[in-house]
Ligand binder design. Structure first.
Ligand SMILES: [Mn+2]
Length: 282
């Protein structure tokens, strides 16, 4: 199964969809996102436009990385060819994809969690590197990836949206490093200020989006690993996405955990994917 049955060759395409095999439910997540688009309209009644107009996707299958570097090298090759990489993974692939864009990239992270722990050990957390080195790494996993990324790019170029789960140490790091953040409460109580923050960060910039499906409220997205109360709704996601004033040059979608017999989360995720695709650089 290919995403959108991709009629385009790699050469013709301007968007490259690929799976990154990290995270416990990777196969289910990427499988659901390859299948669900068949059941959905990409016509947006609000704007009366085809969301996928001008989007020529090629599905390049799933990567078989032997190291983190392989993911970065692959992503860089897509960027160099002028196409937009779209990485689908079970857990965040961003630590490995974002460095392909260089140091000036702005990163918008839609996530309930801030994932800024310095070290974390928990059987429920999938070690992002287990796949290629067989050992658990407390410094490189789903709870620490953004801390590691903030050591590679300027933390002031990172903005967390919909965040509502962190500990005191993570908050202290956010404040000292200058990472921006917008909580669900901020969005509900002062949407205009949230929009302004997004516009300011992304103005005349290259922007990378990382969408962790758990940013959405668990009532509309129950199929995630760690559903956190008080999430954002689709209309809010859409509004905030449209506030991005720079050029979206790449994105990833992670942490979808399909539930047998309840497909609302993969339908929502697919619609979110269409929305982002409508806004990417073409
Ligand atoms: Mn999360």
């Amino acid at each position: 199964m290919k995403f959108l049955n991709s009629p385009y060759s790699f050469k013709e395409a301007n968007v490259v969809f690929f799976g990154v095999p990290i995270g416990k439910r990777f196969a289910d997540a990427v499988g659901a996102l390859r299948q669900t688009p068949m059941y959905m309209e990409d016509f947006d009644l609000e704007s009366k436009k085809e969301l996928l107009e001008g989007v020529k996707v090629v599905d390049d299958g799933n990567l078989e990385p032997k190291s983190a570097k392989d993911i970065t090298t692959y992503t860089r090759s897509i960027v160099k060819s002028g196409k937009v990489p779209v990485a689908i993974a079970g857990d965040h692939p961003s630590l490995f994809t974002v460095p392909a864009f260089g140091k000036d990239i702005k990163v918008i992270s839609f996530d309930a969690h801030c994932d800024l722990k310095d070290e974390y050990e928990d059987d429920n957390i999938v070690d992002l590197s287990t796949l290629w080195n067989g050992k658990f790494d407390a410094r490189v996993n789903g709870a620490t990836w953004l801390k590691r990324l903030s050591e590679i790019i300027d933390p002031k170029n990172i903005l967390l949206i919909g965040v509502r789960s962190c500990d005191a140490k993570e908050l202290a790091f956010i404040e000292e490093s200058g990472i921006g953040y917008i909580t669900t409460k901020d969005i509900h109580e002062n949407k205009e200020e949230a929009i302004q923050k997004i516009q300011e960060l992304t103005k005349e910039s290259k922007v990378y989006i990382t969408l962790d499906v758990d940013v959405f409220d668990p009532s509309i997205a129950p199929g995630v690993h760690q559903p956190e109360p008080d999430g954002i709704y689709f209309a809010e996601f859409k509004k905030l996405m449209h506030a991005i004033s720079g050029s979206i040059v790449g994105f990833d979608v992670s942490c979808l955990k399909p539930i047998v017999g309840n497909r609302v989360t993969e339908f929502l995720t697919t619609r979110a994917l269409f929305e982002i695709l409508s806004l990417v650089k073409k």
